[in-house]
Ligand binder design. Structure first.
Ligand code: SF4
Length: 337
């Protein structure tokens, strides 16, 4: 069933079952990715953003992680219920992923052209020659130089930015509906980072692919995303469209992240940071997860977790300070439950 949302993650719980106990890496996440749009999922390490993307990709096998509850609807169909083989077929054809460090995802002993063509051959019944042609066309779209030459080169012969362009070509060559980009520019220097973000924006417009963009950097979100979900300790704490969230952030954690973005004109000033660290998952507060670091924490915050309150149309925040807004969910846990 076609909807405006190509992807809907509903009440997702992904837990890791370790010898030291259960770690609730993703603990009740709801987000939607609009067709043709880019949704940024932002948060510090340990927020659950990458585990959310691995859950969507069906890449938890081999880890101690498991989807304990929830739905991941792709075009209305729940992909959590698919078999491993069905999920494997989805990867590359309907959902693709690019990672932070392309060197770990590229085969070091396979020529670039063959690697991109291999992605095509896994999903389409065409000849090797036709697949190589598709690979060459896609590489050209990503703006890599000397494409015919590069097709015959190995990953170690390319720069970091070129390798990331190759990864983007591999991810998009089968025209997936969704591209998941997990910190794709973090390992690159700032100029190359800007080029790769421009390329992703341009290819999104050309192909209509929807993008789930995972990052710790709200500055990058401003460059590429239409909507944003801010995650903290396995929960979404604020959601809305990017312009609204930047103009009117309401959750203290979002405000902290925004305050830590370096700005022009701030030269010489000390960068602000959010005090403290993400809590150890074993000792997660049952109340507001951000309370130990929040400058506005009250007694109520330390006793009871807030649900979502609506700030304005399409903008919700999980914070007691927004209690005057309309309550959108009554999902709360009392300390000691
Ligand atoms: Fe801070 Fe309280 Fe809001 Fe949590 S609920 S973010 S502790 S003000």
């Amino acid at each position: 069933m076609a909807t405006d949302n190509v992807l809907e993650i509903k009440n997702l719980h992904t837990y890791f079952y370790t010898d030291g106990g259960v770690i609730k890496a993703v603990d009740g996440v709801d987000v939607e990715l609009r067709r043709g749009a880019t949704l940024g999922i932002v948060g510090e390490s340990g927020s659950g953003k990458s585990v959310t993307s691995l859950s969507v990709m069906g890449l938890l096998a081999g880890t101690k992680g498991k989807i304990a509850d929830g739905e991941i609807l792709l075009d209305g169909d729940d992909i959590v219920k698919l078999t491993k083989e069905q999920q494997r077929k989805l990867r590359g054809s309907k959902i693709s992923m690019i990672f932070q460090e392309p060197m770990t995802s590229l085969n070091p002993v396979m020529k670039i052209g063959d690697q991109v063509a291999e992605c095509v051959l896994q999903h389409e019944k065409i000849s090797k020659k036709e697949a190589l042609k598709k690979a060459e066309d896609m590489l050209r779209k990503t703006g890599v130089p000397r494409v015919e030459h590069m097709m015959k080169e190995y990953p170690f012969q390319l720069s970091g930015g070129q390798r990331q362009r190759v990864m983007i070509a591999m991810a998009l060559v089968c025209k997936p509906e969704i591209l998941i980009a997990d910190e794709p520019t973090t390992a690159l220097d700032v100029t190359i980072q800007a080029q790769i973000l421009d390329l992703m924006n341009q290819l999104k417009k050309e192909t209509g692919t929807s993008i789930l963009f995972i990052t710790h950097d709200l500055g990058v979100v401003a460059e590429v995303c239409d909507d944003v979900a801010v995650m903290y300790c396995g929960r979404v704490v604020e959601r809305g469209d990017v312009k609204t969230i930047f103009a009117n952030p309401s959750h203290p954690y979002t405000k902290g992240l925004l305050g830590s973005i370096p700005r022009l004109g701030d030269a010489g000033k000390e960068l602000k940071s959010i005090p403290g660290n993400v809590p150890n998952p074993k000792y997660m507060p049952k109340s507001c997860k951000f309370a130990p670091r929040c400058p506005y924490a009250s007694e109520k915050c330390r006793e009871e977790e807030p649900g979502f309150f609506q700030i304005e149309e399409g903008h919700i925040s999980r914070c007691w300070l927004c209690e005057s807004g309309q309550l959108k969910t009554d999902h709360v846990e009392k300390a000691g439950d």
